[in-house]
Design a protein around this ligand. Structure first.
Ligand code: C5P
Length: 401
């Protein structure tokens, strides 16, 4: 990042208190940081503090003659390699999504042709509000990179998703963006991982034993090669991989909708063990067990097939769609016909018979099936399978370009 110029826009959230540290961390890596403070941002952190750590003038006013004289909004964005908005409040995200330009920050963003990164920070209800989610989806579709947010305790004493990522995490994201030798830089991937839980009633669900280890390892490996990766994870015990945008879901229908939101993508890897069925009618209150009564009849209905849906998209189909085939018999022939039936490009077949210990284990023995034939990979850790797949994907794009 040595010599790179970052325009840091600080909008009005309590997480702005982390910004002097963020500036310091960026500067430690040789980055030149110029700060732009919104009116709200200035309520949480002073221009003086940002100026002291950045050793640069801090810009605040769209109509200030002095600021315009020294550095107009156009120059502010032109003279940077990247714009980072941290913290990005729900308000500035909404303004960006709708192209508003009513202050120096939003005007500089709109006038920019530079890559834009945002680190959202807000109360979890604000973050989960459909309006904020729709605005974020719009920005992602336009190529904005979203860092975080994280789940945790918030300044408002509530717990949830909406804490700004830590400065070091943000710096790591920019670091990998600026790294020039990452082969999947500029590519976007979505990866599904883990099981899905299909509610029967508020306390019971249909689920499976998938640990999410393989899907998470793939997402981590793709991100490490510079791929902008969204991991759509069912309920698992895995920690969110650093440098990956993680969307947590429960059901297959939520997983599909999160996948659609993550499009466009160049690569889709469907590693999740999606429940094939869900209860036909989810009951709103707990089904009671009456003494002597027969057990309830559970009627099931089909879940959407995410892999087939993504593979068969006419618009926005990822260039490379990779599926998994967990089989217990005739592993390769079943997986080969699954590849054809679902219309994905590659399928990774693995034997999940109980004696293999694949489900929930740390190792995997897989076969990669492509239109060119079958590659038998030796048994290796799921982390290694992730890395090998990411390398194979890199080679595919290398060959294709
Ligand atoms: O049909 P089957 O479940 O064996 O197919 C496995 C592959 O299909 C995996 O890649 C899995 O992620 C994907 N799949 C899916 N949606 C479903 C069922 C499976 O994406 N509803």
């Amino acid at each position: 990042m040595d010599g790179k110029r970052v325009l840091l826009i600080v909008s009005g959230g309590i997480a702005a208190y982390k910004c002097p540290d963020l500036v310091r961390r960026l500067r430690e890596r040789g980055t030149l940081v110029r700060c732009l403070l919104t009116q709200g941002g200035a309520e949480f952190v002073t221009a003086l503090a940002l100026q002291a750590v950045s050793e640069e003038k801090v810009y605040q006013n769209l109509f200030s003659l002095t600021d315009e004289n020294e550095m107009g909004h156009i120059r502010l964005s032109r003279e940077s390699d990247l714009i980072l908005i941290a913290p990005a409040t729900a308000n500035i995200i909404a303004k960006m999504a709708h192209g508003q330009a009513d202050d120096l920050a939003t005007t500089a963003i709109l006038a920019s042709d530079k890559p834009v990164f945002i680190a959202p920070a807000m109360n979890h209800y604000m973050y989960n509000h459909p309006a904020t989610q729709a605005n974020l989806a719009l920005l992602i579709a336009r190529g904005v990179t979203v860092i975080g947010p994280e789940e945790g305790n918030m300044a408002c004493r509530e717990f949830g998703m909406g804490r700004m990522s830590e400065p070091l995490e943000i710096v790591a994201k920019l670091d990998s963006f600026f790294a020039t030798n990452l082969p999947l830089k500029g590519k976007r991937a979505l990866v599904t991982s883990g099981p899905t839980f299909e509610a029967i009633d508020p306390v019971r669900f249909i689920g499976n034993r998938s640990s999410g280890k393989q899907g998470h390892a793939i997402a981590r490996a793709l991100a490490a090669l510079g791929c902008q990766t969204t991991l759509i994870s069912g309920p698992t015990q895995q920690t969110d991989p650093i440098g990956v945008c993680v969307v947590h879901v429960e059901s297959a229908r939520e997983m599909l909708s999160a996948c659609e939101t993550a499009l466009p993508a160049d690569i889709a890897v469907c590693a999740a063990a999606v429940s094939d069925w869900r209860a036909k009618s989810e009951v709103g209150s707990k089904i009671k067990k009456a003494a002597g009564a027969a057990p309830p009849n559970l009627k099931l209905t089909d879940n959407p097939d995410i892999l087939a849906t993504l593979s068969q998209l006419v618009i926005k189909r990822p260039e490379l769609v990779v599926g998994f085939a967990a089989e217990t018999d005739d592993v390769i022939s079943n997986a080969t016909s699954k590849r054809k039936r679902k219309e994905c490009d590659w399928i990774i077949a693995n034997d999940v018979s109980p004696h293999t210990g694949t489900f929930n284990g740390d190792a995997n023995k897989v076969h990669l099936i492509t239109s060119g034939g079958v590659e038998n990979w030796p048994k290796m850790s799921k982390i290694k399978v992730g890395e090998k797949l990411a390398e194979r994907i890199t080679a595919h794009f290398g060959d294709a370009s």
